[in-house]
Write a protein that binds this ligand. Structure first.
Ligand code: ZN
Length: 158
C-alpha cells in the first residue's frame, strides 16, 4: 500500500506535468507580477483579473523546479473564482504552513506564539506540499508563487 509520501509525490508530479491555468492574460485588463527565486532559478509570472471582489481569472507562466511549478499550479486552481478575501486567507494559511516550521528549524522557540487558526481554510491538494517544510532550502520554491500572487493582488486591488 502506498504511503502518504507517495501520494503527495503523485499529486506534486501531476501538477508539474499538467499544470493548471497555464498561460498568460492580456495586460491590461489583467495585472501581472513576476517572482524569482535565485536560490533555485525558479521564475513565475502571475496574471490576475480581479472584478467585483472576486478572482475572476488567473494564469501562470514561468519555469523552474517541480516544487515551484506545482505549487503555482495548485495555487491557481485554489484561488480562481474565490473572493479576494478568501484568496488572502489562503495565502496566509499556506505561508503559515510553511513558515511555522521554518522558524522551528531555525531553532527559535515558537511555543509562546499562538499561531493563527486557519482550520477553516481548505488547502486541498496544497496539503501535498506540507512535506516541503522538512527541506528548508525548498520552502522558497513552494512560497514563490504565493508571494508573486500577493504582489499581483495588491496591484489589482490598489
Ligand atoms: Zn525551486
Amino acid at each position: 500500500m502506498p504511503g502518504l509520501e507517495d501520494l503527495y509525490r503523485e499529486i506534486i508530479l501531476d501538477h508539474y506535468r499538467s499544470p493548471r491555468n497555464r498561460g498568460t492574460l492580456e495586460t491590461p485588463p489583467a495585472h501581472m507580477a513576476k517572482g524569482h527565486n535565485p536560490l533555485c532559478g525558479d521564475e513565475i509570472q502571475v496574471y490576475l483579473i480581479v472584478g467585483d471582489g472576486y478572482v475572476e481569472d488567473v494564469k501562470i507562466s514561468g519555469q523552474g523546479c517541480s516544487i515551484s511549478q506545482s505549487s503555482a499550479s495548485m495555487m491557481s486552481a485554489a484561488v480562481k473564482g474565490k473572493t479576494v478575501h478568501e484568496a488572502r486567507r489562503m495565502i496566509d494559511a499556506f505561508r503559515s504552513m510553511m513558515s511555522v516550521h521554518e522558524r522551528a528549524v531555525a531553532g527559535n522557540r515558537i511555543d509562546h506564539e499562538e499561531p493563527d487558526d486557519y482550520s477553516d481554510v481548505k488547502l486541498g491538494d496544497l496539503d501535498a506540499l506540507r512535506g516541503v517544510v522538512k527541506f528548508p532550502v525548498r520552502i522558497k520554491c513552494a512560497t514563490l508563487s504565493w508571494n508573486t500572487l500577493t504582489q499581483a493582488l495588491e496591484e489589482a486591488t490598489a
